[in-house]
Design a protein around this ligand. Structure first.
Ligand code: MG
Length: 374
């Protein structure tokens, strides 16, 4: 039995504020939709997006994810997602609002477990507040709340049953439970979660960030590196060749700044250092360009579910002067790491002519990296 998850991200909702639809807005360093996708990583995933958002896709790790283009309506987008599934391979499907990034394994497992006994199941929460009717902020009556539930997602179905239900359904639908019920399917209500909120209104992103913060894994790593000067016409520093009357000596391109930053990321992951991943004894890394190391560290962070939210590199030398090149270094590091420019800092200091850097025997670098998993 194999389960697929369809994550809906084609909506144009901007009621939450901001210029981007809510599912593409930033939540704890990643787009909202990235959190929703991560919650379903154990399933075959189909992501339904709007064609206008194709330029946003580069912000996601899409490995193993089938991306399809949605429609103007929710039910049209669901049908596009369903059409991407092979019924000979998939038995059950979970259909989830991409704007619910806080869904937990407990909520998902509740739906899956109910699908063992029936064709359809979805999480809901019994209404506990009193309900009023009102007109122009005046209470006009009391609504009986008995038997009322707030609907959440993922809504889960036997694939063949929901395919047939969507095929038969005419007109729009609020959600897939409505489509399923119209086809006569029994829908089991499973436990919802107060924190499984749908990002809709201004303030929801802040609330979601606060909920995430309770379980957030925030790590900092540090890195330190030194390379000595040798004869040459320039130094590679943070991915930029800086003209100089010397070069840095090393097994690779001796980019001391990038090495320190790479070690900071490995350090935050508690995965050793460059030497462990790229042994100097291995001739294939001789003369290697250091972006290979940095990109590897970044890919380890991604694979472990961490976003790199900030990097700070300090180069320690009397010469060459770093200031004129700091912007280019910042841009190069941001490009390699695939993160925004304002999350990277490159700065420099001298050691007041003291010590080996003061005597211009070499360059030292320290770096700090902050990684967040939410
Ligand atoms: Mg080094």
């Amino acid at each position: 039995m194999k389960t697929a998850a369809i994550i809906l991200a084609a909506g144009r909702g901007t009621r939450a504020g901001g210029e981007l639809p809510k599912q593409w807005q930033d939540l704890c360093g990643q787009p909202v939709i990235a959190h929703s996708l991560a919650a379903f990583a154990r399933f075959h995933r189909v992501l339904v997006v709007h064609p206008d958002d194709s330029d946003q896709l580069s912000r996601l790790d899409l490995s193993g994810i089938h991306v399809v283009t949605g429609a103007d309506s929710r039910d049209g987008s669901v049908r596009a997602g369903l059409a991407a599934l092979d019924p000979s391979q998939i038995d059950h499907v979970l259909i989830h609002d991409g704007a619910r990034p806080l869904v937990t394994a407990r909520v998902i497992d509740g739906v899956l477990s109910a699908l063992k006994h029936g064709p359809a199941a979805a999480p809901g929460l019994a209404v506990s507040d009193a309900l009023w009717t009102g007109v122009q902020d005046q209470v006009t009556g009391l609504q009986n709340r008995d038997g009322l539930y707030r609907a959440q997602t993922p809504q889960g179905f036997h694939l063949q049953a929901i395919l047939a239900a969507h095929h038969a359904h005419k007109g729009a639908a609020t959600d897939d439970v409505e489509v399923a019920r119209a086809a006569g399917l029994a829908v089991q209500i499973t436990p919802g979660d107060e924190e499984n909120i749908k990002i809709t209104w201004p303030g929801d992103l802040t609330r979601a960030a606060r909920i995430m913060g309770k379980n957030m894994d925030i790590r900092t790593g540090n890195g330190f590196d030194v390379h000595a000067f040798t004869a040459g016409d320039g130094c590679w520093l943070c991915g930029v060749k800086v003209p100089h009357d010397g070069a840095l000596l090393g097994h690779s391109d001796a980019d001391v700044g990038m090495h320190a930053l790479t070690d900071a990321i490995y350090g935050a992951l508690a995965e050793g250092d460059i030497g462990r991943h790229f042994p100097p004894s291995d001739p294939q890394w001789k003369g290697a360009e250091s972006h290979v190391f940095l990109a590897h560290a970044a890919s380890r962070a991604t694979a472990r579910g961490f976003a790199i939210t900030h990097c700070d590199v300090t180069l320690i030398c009397e010469r060459p002067k770093i200031g004129p090149h700091a912007g280019a270094m910042q841009a190069r590091l941001a490009q390699i790491l695939g993160i925004e420019l304002d999350r990277i800092s490159v700065k420099a200091t001298t050691s007041e002519r003291l010590g080996f850097t003061g005597r211009e025997e070499g360059i030292a670098a320290i770096a700090t990296a902050t990684l967040v998993k939410s």
